[in-house]
Design a protein around this ligand. Structure first.
Ligand code: SF4
Length: 243
């Protein structure tokens, strides 16, 4: 086990998907191939980070940040670049309209945190924390894919539970509102986290951290079909079928 063992939401999520995939990525240094969706997600996050952190938050600056953040890695061809670039522009036009009507002060963007869960180090980055005009705090996670999640999926999302935990334990405030902002549709869906749901998330994190520490990396072959390593992994149940 590497000495700098830390847990995070993405590590936990990977382990829940397939413990062996966790091993491939975090111990064996396999890399997930870059694709258009991954690159596009990074570009939009970087654009909004630069827009809010640097300079004047005016319309033209937003698109300068977008052009500065743009990169072509992982796109298939120029047609796909054009499609994603146009989609991103529309997202930002809509985002700016919402931003100008915001009833809150944006306190943090891409805010990194470090804390402990049990005896384990836990790290993460929160997309945005606002202080609303009524004095309450709101945490927002951006999503750039076009599929909107159901309310149930959002209510059960582990990542938001960890963010609620971090707000209390690192930033010392209780989050009143949590939201996932689906930028493609310019739609925020709200949720909340009870003490029980945060405790549940903490227990999941501790259990997975213990498994990682004990090097329990059992392949979950039910997920091979949709795994990034389905053609490389020695345990892949679909490797021979897809050749
Ligand atoms: S191919 Fe299957 S067993 Fe291998 S890492 Fe992916 S999901 Fe796990």
């Amino acid at each position: 086990m590497k000495q700098d063992f830390k847990i995070s939401y993405s590590r936990i999520n990977t382990y829940l998907f397939c413990p062996y995939k966790y091993k491939l990525i975090y111990l064996d240094d396999f890399h997930i191939p870059v694709n258009a969706d991954i690159t596009f997600g990074h570009i939009i996050h970087k654009t909004l980070e630069r827009f809010h952190k640097n300079g004047k938050q005016i319309y033209d600056t937003l698109f300068e940040c977008y052009d500065d953040a743009w990169k072509n890695d992982g796109f298939k061809d120029s047609q796909q670049i054009f499609e994603y670039y146009s989609r991103g522009k529309q997202m930002l036009v809509d985002y700016y309209k919402s931003f100008t009507n915001l009833n809150a002060k944006i306190l943090y963007v891409e805010k990194a945190f470090y804390t402990n869960i049990g005896k384990y180090k836990f790290i993460g980055i929160i997309d945005r924390i606002d202080k609303c005009n009524d004095g309450k705090y709101e945490v927002t996670d951006y999503k750039t894919h076009s599929k909107i999640w159901s309310q149930k999926k959002i209510d059960q999302d582990l990542q938001l539970s960890f963010y609620a935990y971090a707000c209390k334990n690192v930033f010392d405030f209780n989050v009143s509102k949590m939201s996932i902002y689906f930028l493609s549709e310019n739609r925020k869906i709200y949720t909340q986290r009870s003490k029980d749901s945060i405790t549940n998330a903490v227990n999941i994190a501790i259990e997975i951290a213990k498994n990682i520490e004990s090097e329990k990396f059992c392949p979950n072959i039910l997920k091979c079909k949709i795994c990034d390593f389905k053609l490389k992994c020695e345990y892949s149940s679909v490797k021979d079928l897809e050749k």
